[in-house]
Write a protein of this length. Structure first.
Length: 195
């Protein structure tokens, strides 16, 4: 039996975030000198693990954009669909324009970071507690870490640790939100449009 629009959205979001989480880990693992304390995440896009990292983050972008189609059908909220496109575009751009293209890379990174945090917060409208509360908290954490990162305030965790404080929470949120959409819809949830 094929999945309905809601479950398809969840499956695609989960798959996209999961494969990027693994790609991020593998790209760092094949480059032992890489430091999660001292290196930017995007340094992985120009080092030994570059093919893994760049392909994985571009796949994430494509899958988030694809999921937005099903999110639009299932949740019937065009504003949220458009918001989900923001981190999709950012993620794809980060892989398409690695650090060897400084200006577009910085722009797409900002788009990805800002879009992911805002999208996490916005999902509170479509989820139930405790996930709705967690989504807000995760989004705020990511956005605060982004402000600290831009300001150059890294503390003991270094530039790489602060950047991960932006990214890892929203990856965890993506897995949770994808899983939430994959589960049977709770009573009085937004239902898919009639075929």
């Amino acid at each position: 039996m094929p999945y309905d629009d809601r479950r398809m959205a969840g499956l695609i979001i989960f798959a996209g975030v999961f494969q990027f989480t693994i790609g991020l880990m593998l790209a760092a693992a094949v480059d032992p000198p890489y430091s999660i304390h001292d290196n930017y995440i995007s340094d992985l896009g120009v080092r030994a693990g570059a093919p893994i990292f760049n392909a994985s983050i571009m796949i994430l972008g494509v899958l988030l954009a694809y999921a937005a189609y099903y999110v639009d059908l299932a949740l019937r909220a065009r504003w949220f669909t458009l918001l989900l496109f923001v981190p999709a575009i950012g993620a794809f751009g980060v892989g398409a324009f690695p650090e060897t293209y400084p200006a577009p890379h910085a722009l797409f990174s900002l788009v990805a970071f800002l879009g992911a945090g805002m999208t996490a917060i916005a999902t509170a409208k479509f989820t139930r507690p405790p996930l709705s509360y967690i989504s807000i908290d995760v989004g705020i954490l990511s956005l605060v870490a982004m402000v600290l990162f831009i300001a150059g305030v890294y503390g003991a965790i270094g530039v790489g640790g602060m950047e991960r404080l932006i990214v890892i929470p929203v990856l965890a949120w993506g897995l949770a939100f994808g899983g939430y959409l994959l589960a049977p819809a709770p009573p009085n949830a937004v239902t898919p449009r009639a075929a």
